[in-house]
Write a protein that binds this ligand. Structure first.
Ligand SMILES: Cc1ncc(CNC=O)c(N)n1
Length: 222
């Protein structure tokens, strides 16, 4: 926390209802209390694999923006580490899908997923500034970190076979990585024009809305 300059923390407070909706969704609460229906988990796994594949070019586009627009070279190192982690993550999805009997190559993307991937694609446009893209990146990663870390807290009854999933995004290292993304975002927002500033806030809201819709998909009723 950096007091007045912690714009992202301020926004999370301002939009706490939506933020809580995204990070304390029934899907997550059901993992945490052990009542999760495994078919919901499998639906989420299959859809998230599609999302993660689209997330790779998204991060690549941010890497290009950082290279062109950032005056802090360590930004590139952090974004690159995120990209390297995704390589691992894709392998993990394949392994996990095998374990649960989910056929990843025949998954039909759900509308909420298509919409979310389109949103990512709109941010990949070279006309979209680094500040806006990094705001989205930070928010996307943080929702998963906050959600899955909640399933690992004391008192949670997360089923043993789902703990590895929760660890993937809920671990401390991933938390550090999200804090670093948050620091970059804050640093960029401090220097942003009023116009950029309000655009970034809208992007945060859109990410949170997409994340809620994404979790909703696991219900399989829409
Ligand atoms: C829908 C969604 N949001 C965030 C993440 C976390 N980032 C990369 O894995 C994810 N996998 N899926």
């Amino acid at each position: 926390m950096e007091g007045k300059s912690d714009i992202t923390a301020m926004w999370i407070k301002k939009h706490s209802l939506l933020y809580t909706g995204a990070t304390r969704h029934p899907f997550i609460l059901n993992i945490r209390d052990g009542s999760i229906d495994i078919s919901s988990f499998k639906r989420w796994l299959a859809q998230d694999y599609i999302f993660v594949r689209a997330f790779v070019p998204f991060i690549a586009s941010i890497l290009v923006k950082a290279w062109k627009e950032s005056d802090v070279s360590s930004d590139i190192d952090l974004i690159l580490s995120g990209m390297a982690a995704l390589n691992d993550e894709i392998a993990w999805f394949k392994k996990e899908a095998l374990k649960w009997g989910v056929a990843l190559n025949s998954v039909v993307p759900h509308k909420a997923n298509v919409d979310y991937c389109r949103f990512l694609e709109s941010l990949m446009n070279p006309d979209v500034e680094y500040t806006l893209a990094i705001t989205a990146f930070w928010a996307i990663e943080t929702v998963y970190q906050e959600s899955f870390a909640h399933c690992l807290e004391d008192g949670s009854k997360t089923p043993e076979e789902l703990k590895e999933t929760c660890q993937r995004w809920g671990n401390e290292g991933f938390g550090q990585y999200c804090s670093s993304l948050q620091n970059i975002t804050n640093r960029r927002l401090e220097k942003a024009s009023d116009d950029m500033f309000s655009k970034a806030e809208v992007i945060l809201i859109r990410v949170l809305e997409h994340e809620v819709e994404f979790w909703n998909m696991s219900r399989g009723t829409i």
